[in-house]
Design a protein around this ligand. Structure first.
Ligand code: PMP
Length: 360
């Protein structure tokens, strides 16, 4: 008997989430904003943090941040669950909403694939059954496949990220609506991590549907370091999910920075998003000029590309040039030969394009 035998069964076969490599000069592998906050903004943040009462626990309700998020996504402040990144909120949802539906032995969690790998990892780690339904050839939802999975597996939670990571596309409203209306006993979590880049939000769907939740984060729009994420839920469900939360999950610094980001700093962050959207068009066109790359349309801050060749080798070569991108080759299946490139600053994208011209 070893201590490793104490590890719960679903954990052992999992592969740990692979954090991106150490900081290369040009970092286009993690869907972060390429823009550091302006020095003047950093000074404002430093001033706002200068009187943090470090000897006190944080506000367990994160009252000011809660208000700011509610203002952003609608609904009552109490209908929100806040977390250290949406990663934590995903884990909280799966901790609380894990009671199997009628007649089932184990609660299921449904998502299209390929998608953000944490849906599968978090479901398995919490002892729920992850069910992935392959996306259609154009990376849109296979609605019939999803409807069949809803019938067969009766999932507790369905994750639908739009725009989806790593495919970059949004899903069609009518497809989302058909799924949401097909199973009122499941919670449909619309993950809007990249919605700012698609210039639209489905937040109002929370008012129109009792089984819809909205997941959001500050990570992609310029504040990945602060780790602030949230979920807008039906109010009665939020109360229950919030019971699973550690009381001080959001530290005082993150609460303050998050509140500023959604308030006085919003114009700066919006301007960065607008620049990324503009660069996305230019970068997409330039990448499409490479015969060996198939570049999928993107409404997010990254491009999924199919390489006629070995994307692991290309990622290694580019890293030697000081540029990190993400290869999905070893994930296999639909993602074999695929890689993902985050939209950088104009200068970073030019460096990438130069390196690609030499390497491809
Ligand atoms: N949802 C999606 C679709 C993502 O791609 C990510 C990050 N890669 C997250 C959620 C988690 O983001 P965070 O924990 O930084 O809020």
């Amino acid at each position: 008997m070893s201590l490793l035998d104490l590890v719960r069964e679903p954990i052992r076969p999992l592969t740990a989430y692979e954090p991106p490599a150490a900081l290369p000069p040009v970092k286009l592998d993690a869907n972060e904003s390429p823009w550091p906050l302006p020095a003047e903004v950093c000074e404002r943040i430093a001033r706002a943090l200068s009187d943090v009462p470090f000897h006190r626990y944080p506000d367990a309700r994160a009252t000011a941040l809660r208000q700011a998020v509610a203002h952003q996504v609608g609904g009552a402040p109490d209908a929100l669950v806040l977390g250290s990144g949406s990663d934590e909120v995903i884990a909280l949802l799966l901790t609380a909403l894990a009671r199997p539906r009628g007649g089932r032995e184990r609660a299921a969690v449904l998502f299209p694939e390929p998608t953000f790998v944490m849906f599968r990892i978090a479901a398995a780690a919490h002892g729920l059954e992850p069910i992935g339904v392959p996306l259609a050839h154009d990376w849109q939802l296979d609605v019939d496949g999803m409807l069949a999975a809803l019938r067969v597996h009766q999932p507790n939670v369905v994750f639908l990220p739009s725009p989806n990571n790593p495919t970059g596309n949004t899903f069609r409203d009518e497809d989302l609506r058909r799924l949401i209306e097909a199973d009122r006993g499941a919670l449909f979590v619309l993950d809007e991590a990249y919605a700012a880049f698609a210039r639209r939000s489905l937040a109002s769907w929370c008012d129109a549907h009792e089984n819809v939740a909205l997941l959001g984060t500050l990570s992609k729009i310029g504040l990945a370091a602060a780790r602030v994420g949230w979920c807008r839920l039906p109010a009665d469900l939020a109360v229950e999910v919030d019971k699973a939360r550690q009381p001080y999950n959001l530290n005082t610094m993150s609460q303050r920075i998050g509140t500023m980001a959604l308030g006085e700093l919003a114009p700066v962050l919006d301007e960065h998003v607008a620049r990324i959207v503009e660069e996305r068009d230019r970068l997409g066109a330039a990448l499409r000029a490479h015969d060996r790359l198939t570049v999928f349309p993107s409404e997010a801050n990254f491009f999924l590309c199919r390489l006629d060749g070995d994307p692991d080798a290309l990622a290694r070569d580019l890293l030697a040039d000081g540029i990190a991108i993400k290869s999905f080759h070893r994930h296999g299946g639909r993602l074999a030969h695929h890689l993902r490139i985050t939209v950088g600053t104009r200068d970073e994208n030019d460096l990438l394009l130069e390196a690609l011209a030499a390497r491809l």
